[in-house]
Design a protein around this ligand. Structure first.
Ligand SMILES: [Zn+2]
Length: 301
């Protein structure tokens, strides 16, 4: 089966100050890599429209949304996001957020869909942080509930950083279950409370990580019985990641993603996955890490 993929050209169109840590080029690099290695075909790609202000306001504070869109945020609030405001950033943000919504819609129809962006899990109700402006995971989950395409959504967040924005936003949403598996010593230093938090020590290796995952994911599916899973497949758990402190290999990432896809498929639960975080000055290596998600999906579907 051709797996639906979501991408927009704006994802990598962002001029940032020199030495900014955000790897802007990884999105278009990944798309090209998937095509060059016959992991994907051009006709597999779907392109999102920008998300509407009204949809953003169903998850975020109205005033915060308006101020961000009109470049009227306080400089302190902008600094906490970590990106200077620009038209290009706004365009990218609105498309990337709706990309995860589109990915969830496609997953509900086809069983699986993958987004070559997404995972903005540090965005809270009325402020953003850590390169995250609006919380695409929560927005997509909420839209699926409102559109009655799902009745219970499980967010499995395997990015190395805690999904603190998702944790705080999901407290008001009984039909959205948040689970964050993250390194205890990483950003954010003040953690929020997810429905489930699994903390790993620094330097956790493949075996330790995967044995926990193999217990946690079936348990979560069993007790919550979700009819949609949104999966943040951040690769900043990698041993060479610039911002993560875990010790997971590239093959460990492939095993993680394969296991989660297998669990969703066996339980017949649609799964929408986003690529999440991943930081390296070595662009080729970073692309290879993110490509594991797509290789895993192709092997299962
Ligand atoms: Zn991260």
């Amino acid at each position: 089966m051709a797996i639906p993929l979501v991408y927009h050209a704006s994802y990598s169109k962002l001029a940032l100050p020199k030495n900014h840590r955000f790897p802007t080029s990884k999105y278009e690099n990944l798309r090209q890599y998937l095509l060059d290695h016959n992991i994907a075909n051009p006709e597999d790609f779907y392109s999102p429209l920008p998300i509407s202000t009204d949809t953003l306001k169903q998850t975020h504070q109205s005033d915060y949304v308006d101020r961000y869109i009109n470049n009227a945020l306080d400089p302190k609030v902008i600094r906490r996001i970590g990106f200077p405001w620009s038209e290009a950033l706004l365009r990218r943000t609105l498309h990337a957020i709706n990309g995860t919504v589109l990915c969830a819609e496609l997953a509900v129809k086809q069983g699986i869909a993958l987004h070559l962006s997404g995972g903005y899990h540090h965005a809270h109700f009325d402020f953003g942080s850590g390169f995250c402006i609006f919380n695409d995971l929560m927005i997509a989950a909420k839209q699926m509930l409102l559109q009655q395409k799902a009745t219970k959504v499980l967010i499995i967040d395997c990015d190395v950083h805690q999904g603190d924005g998702t944790a705080s936003l999901s407290q008001a949403e009984p039909d959205i279950v948040s689970c964050s598996l993250h390194c205890q010593k990483n950003f954010p230093f003040r953690k929020q409370i997810s429905d489930h938090d699994i903390e790993f020590n620094k330097a956790t290796n493949d075996n330790e990580y995967l044995s926990v995952l193999r217990q946690v994911v079936p348990y979560l599916i069993g007790i919550h019985q979700p009819d949609l899973i949104i999966y943040d497949a951040g690769v900043d758990i990698h041993q060479n990641d610039d911002l993560g402190y875990l010790n997971i290999s590239t093959s460990g990432i492939l095993e993680r993603d394969t296991f989660i896809f297998q669990q969703a498929k066996y339980a017949n639960i649609p799964i929408a996955a986003v690529i999440g975080g991943g930081y390296s000055r070595d662009e080729a290596e970073l692309t290879e890490r993110h490509s594991q998600l797509f290789i895993a999906a192709n092997a299962i579907w």
